[in-house]
Design a protein around this ligand. Structure first.
Ligand SMILES: [Cu+2]
Length: 304
């Protein structure tokens, strides 16, 4: 193959890879929800996998919008970068000193100058309108079905259900040496955050010690957890399943050891769970969802 042939083949290959990646995000969304609600949370698992390069499949309308905006801006960027690259190539080859020994002395071209001001402005307008729309959409945490106060600690999460007085528990990562089949190393936790599907859930996010980050990539939630301050976010989980997140603000030695695990279940199951959890909680008995958290030093040992 000639050098030109190799170049064209490589370019075509990269373009194909880019196109596949850009549309890949929506594909995993196609799985349907299982019939048995009890098994539903475990049947669909939205977790990172090897060689994943795009966002995880969108589990909420917010993430679907983020996903769309990302692709939209990326395509605009691709066209701009492509256009500039071609222009540069033309200039470099056609107007190089050897073939163009006597440079033109032309200056100013009104049409061209107006065009290169107006077209970029239009591109910016085309980007800013959906961007601002998304910012307002994200900020609208009004009228939630429920509110969970999320507090970051070194190194675990605390979930307080504001609509279920008394329900306030901690969530620790399962140490590597205690992982059981079906659990995911460094993502599974002892007490997942249990939430209903199809309802607007508001998060009030804070920290008890240092900066943490409450980051749920598949649900479009990403907020700092700031000591002495609160930030809010919200989500609507579209279908039952298990969703994962991670602290994404470097918060100290065990920063990697505070994942977020969410079990999303149908509303009736959620209500039943809150009653069960609350009853067991007040009786102070150990249940799978509300057993006492692992001592901190034990966690530190396990993750060293
Ligand atoms: Cu952290």
């Amino acid at each position: 193959m000639t050098r030109k042939g190799v170049f064209v083949a490589r370019l075509a290959g990269w373009l194909a890879v880019m196109a596949v990646l850009m549309w890949h995000g929506g594909a995993a969304w196609a799985q349907s929800a299982p019939q048995d609600p009890a098994a539903a949370a475990n049947a669909y698992v939205n977790a990172p996998h090897d060689w994943e390069l795009w966002f995880p499949p969108a589990g909420s309308p917010m993430q679907a919008k983020i996903d769309w905006l990302m692709k939209y801006v990326l395509w605009i960027m691709a066209v701009v970068v492509g256009f500039v690259a071609i222009l540069m190539a033309v200039v470099i080859f056609r107007f190089r000193a050897r073939v163009n020994p006597k440079p033109s002395t032309t200056t100013h071209n009104t049409l061209l100058e107006v065009t290169w001001i107006v077209v970029p402005c239009l591109i910016l307008v085309a980007i800013i309108i959906p961007s601002i729309d998304l910012i307002y959409y994200e900020a609208d945490d009004t009228n939630p079905y429920m509110t969970v106060t999320v507090t970051g600690h070194q190194w675990y999460w605390e979930y307080k259900y504001d609509s279920v007085p008394g329900l306030d528990y901690t969530s620790y990562m399962i140490p590597d040496d205690q992982i059981k089949p079906g659990q995911i190393r460094r993502l599974s936790v002892d007490h997942p955050l249990v939430l209903p599907v199809g309802e607007k859930i508001r998060f009030v996010i804070s920290s008890a010690d240092v900066l943490h980050g409450f980051y749920l990539p598949s649900l479009g939630v990403q907020k700092y957890a700031i000591p002495g301050n609160t930030l809010t976010s919200w989500t609507i989980i579209r279908k039952p399943g298990t969703y994962y997140g991670q602290c994404n603000q470097i918060c100290g030695l065990n920063h990697d050891a505070i994942p977020i695990e969410i079990k999303a279940v149908p509303l009736n199951d959620y209500i039943a769970w809150t009653k069960m959890a609350l009853a067991n909680y007040t009786e102070n008995t150990v249940t799978p969802l509300l057993s006492s958290p692992m001592p901190r030093n034990q966690l530190a040992d396990a993750t060293r």
